[in-house]
Design a protein around this ligand. Structure first.
Ligand code: PLP
Length: 264
């Protein structure tokens, strides 16, 4: 095994404008995933890359599809829904909603999404389940946990997760896959890593009492700047935007302000 990651690179990523750019960026990210897996003694096939296309217009998303992307993460429902409509000629392109959901938008998610990674309230679970049954659809879901303790992050407090998971079998259209978190934004791995450790340890604890049919095999954690660390700590899904599409014009503080929760 080689050295674990200590300093996190918050690199400046040039925007991908061609299919070739996307092919190269995907290869670079897959290479980073493979190296992190090797350090951790894990099989590279045990980590799924979920490309995140928020703020990227439908035309560039189409180029990324041509480079092989078939599953996309989006944090805003309305934005994702618009792209789903614009790209409806690509039936094998699937969508994962990875941002906070208000109950009044559950109807849209039930219509087009294959996965929802930010479940943190029973009201949303109930509304999604009701809408999914009306659509005759099911949805893969991840329970979002706030592992950093920051007020700006959504997600359940770790101590509330066990009771929450016990309630989930009531929602038959929701296929519970695991847990999701956003780590602290910091360039010091020593402050970021504990968030990932916390999610894995919580998952291991929850598994001992989880109801039948609730498997919690998946851990969705890690983004462009910190996914190697997350893989070292057990991530099975990494959500990567900027390292594939290019740096976003707006800083992360726009999406996760330091004070209060962002509106979605
Ligand atoms: C934007 C976003 C990501 C990806 O972040 P990048 O810095 O673009 O890799 C991951 N998870 C969530 C919830 C996001 O909103």
């Amino acid at each position: 095994m080689t050295q674990p990651t200590n300093a996190l690179a918050h690199a400046d990523y040039p925007p991908a404008q061609t299919v070739e750019d996307f092919t190269a960026n995907l290869a670079a990210v897959q290479h980073r995933i493979a190296q992190a897996c090797e350090r951790a003694g894990r099989d590279a096939g045990s980590v799924r890359l979920l490309p995140v296309s928020k703020t990227v217009d439908a035309a560039r998303v189409r180029l990324s599809y041509e480079a092989g992307i078939r599953y996309l993460g989006e944090n805003k429902v309305q934005e994702a829904y618009s792209k789903w409509e614009a790209l409806s000629d690509l039936p094998d392109l699937r969508w994962s909603v990875i941002g906070h959901l208000q109950t009044n938008k559950a109807k849209l998610v039930a219509r087009f999404a294959s996965e929802f990674q930010a479940l943190d309230s029973l009201r949303v679970a109930e509304e999604l389940d009701r809408r999914l049954q009306a659509e005759g659809r099911a949805l893969d879901v991840f329970v979002q946990i706030n592992t950093s303790g920051e007020a700006s992050k959504y997600g359940l407090a770790p101590e509330d997760a066990a009771a929450f998971v016990q309630a989930l079998p009531a929602f038959q259209s929701l296929r519970v896959k695991g847990l999701m978190t956003l780590a602290l934004f910091a360039s010091d791995a020593a402050r970021v890593r504990p968030c990932f450790v916390r999610l894995r340890e919580l998952r291991d604890t929850l598994r001992q009492t989880a109801p039948a049919g609730i498997d919690l095999a998946e851990l969705s954690m890690g983004m462009s700047g910190d996914f190697e660390l997350a893989i070292e700590e057990g991530a099975t899904v990494v959500r990567v935007g900027q390292a594939i599409y290019g740096s976003r014009a707006l800083p992360d503080s726009h999406y996760w302000p330091a004070t209060g929760k962002p509106e979605n």
